[in-house]
Design a protein around this ligand. Structure first.
Ligand code: FE
Length: 390
């Protein structure tokens, strides 16, 4: 599988992936979409920095991409356990952003898949791999991804915590699901951790031993007949987003129309949730922006210097001095590190300013990347009042 280049505006210096992985050889993050109860998983091999995203959600793309970039992960693939009926996959957006492969069961016949997956395939992630197991029954294309050492498996909707996916549409079949679960999942070691595709009541993970004992539909002494009887008696409403999700997923999440991105700047949302811009873009577009410096007057006029032409309003005074900001220009907020300016960015967005972003990494990164700062000896700012000389 081809590796992708690190994006040019990756935050730097990045944190140690080893530290993010708590010192272990693998990083696993479980992400959640509360709107649909969907779990997305980011799994990365620490030594190679390669990673894979499992069951990404379209609407959570910015969040997932921020985490991947902040951790400096080289995403090799965005893979789905099945064609979802309740949400649209984020795979196509992720491929657009990172160049990663799009993986899905070949049996699904979806467009834009670059890594069609079949039972027995391996999805290689650096020095590790996920074994692909066909586990149909919820849909006919369901896959379970089993880590090479069988310590964890991503079961999609084949097996959920104390439950399983429905079998009443999308070529579902309770007999088939019984066979998949009992032959492909519950035959894994008892200690194998199982990571489900959904949960609606706050249960994040389970294990083979637990589901063998306690799964409400197939655990304990339940037989295939008990299981099928249970599944066929269930009367569930169809997922509310079915009409949109199925065709969207059969395009791997490629929108019918171009995705509307904010037009004024190549904004990237941090994992903390704020719009950010890199110093390179801000420097190139400075003349058309208001640069708002929210440091104290002492800092602005001190030896660190300031960006020539920036407007200085200390963070503590910002709420009372909003009218000093020109409304016809986009605002990029700066401070020493990007921390106080993050708070100011939030305040300005809440105050209804339409075009606001934080300078990623603050003035320390601005200076480190070689962009100019002037000290008050060179530039003559008015200490306490907004000014604009650009
Ligand atoms: Fe499903």
């Amino acid at each position: 599988m081809s590796a992708t280049a690190t994006p040019p505006d990756t935050p730097s210096p990045g944190p140690s992936l080893l530290a993010a992985a708590a010192g272990g050889p693998l990083l696993l993050r479980q992400l959640f979409d509360a709107d649909t109860g969907t779990f997305t998983y980011l799994l990365a091999d620490v030594s190679s920095r390669q990673g894979v995203l499992i069951d990404a959600v379209f609407e959570r793309h910015d969040r997932d991409l921020s985490l991947i970039r902040e951790l400096g992960i080289d995403l090799v693939a965005s893979i789905d356990t099945h064609v979802h009926a309740d949400h649209v996959t984020g795979s196509w957006l992720m491929r657009e952003a990172t160049g990663c492969a799009i993986g899905l069961a070949a049996a699904a016949g979806a467009e834009n898949v670059t890594l069609p997956l079949r039972h027995g395939d391996r999805v290689v992630v650096g020095g590790r791999a996920l074994e692909v197991r066909a586990t149909p029954g919820h849909t006919d294309g369901c896959l379970t991804f089993v880590l090479d050492d069988r310590t964890m498996a991503f079961t999609g909707d084949a097996l959920l915590v104390r439950g399983c996916g429905r079998c009443d549409f999308q070529q579902g079949n309770a007999h088939t699901l019984w066979t998949s679960i009992t032959e492909q999942i519950l035959t894994l070691p008892d200690a194998c951790q199982l990571w489900p595709g959904h949960d609606y009541t706050g249960r994040g993970a389970t294990s083979v031993a637990e589901e063998k004992a306690f799964n409400a539909r197939l655990g304990g002494s339940a037989t295939e007949r008990d299981f099928v009887g249970h599944m066929e008696a269930m009367q569930l409403p169809h997922p509310r987003r079915l009409a949109e999700a199925l065709p969207g997923n059969l395009r791997s999440g490629k929108p019918r129309e171009a995705v509307a991105r904010p037009s004024w700047a190549p904004l990237e949302r941090s994992y903390a949730g704020l719009p950010e811009l890199p110093p390179s873009w801000v420097a190139a577009h400075r003349a058309s922006l208001t640069l708002l410096d929210v440091r104290s007057a002492e800092e602005v006029n001190g030896p660190d210097g300031r960006v020539p032409g920036s407007v200085a309003i200390p963070l503590a005074e910002l709420a009372a001095r909003l009218e000093e900001l020109p409304r016809d220009r986009a605002v990029v907020v700066v401070c020493h590190s990007g921390s106080r300016s993050a708070l100011a960015t939030q305040q300005l967005l809440q105050a209804g300013l339409p075009r606001v972003a934080n300078l990623r990494g603050g003035l320390s990164r601005w200076a480190a990347e070689g962009y100019p700062l002037h000290t008050s000896a060179e530039d003559h700012p008015e200490d306490h009042h907004a000014e604009h000389t650009a």
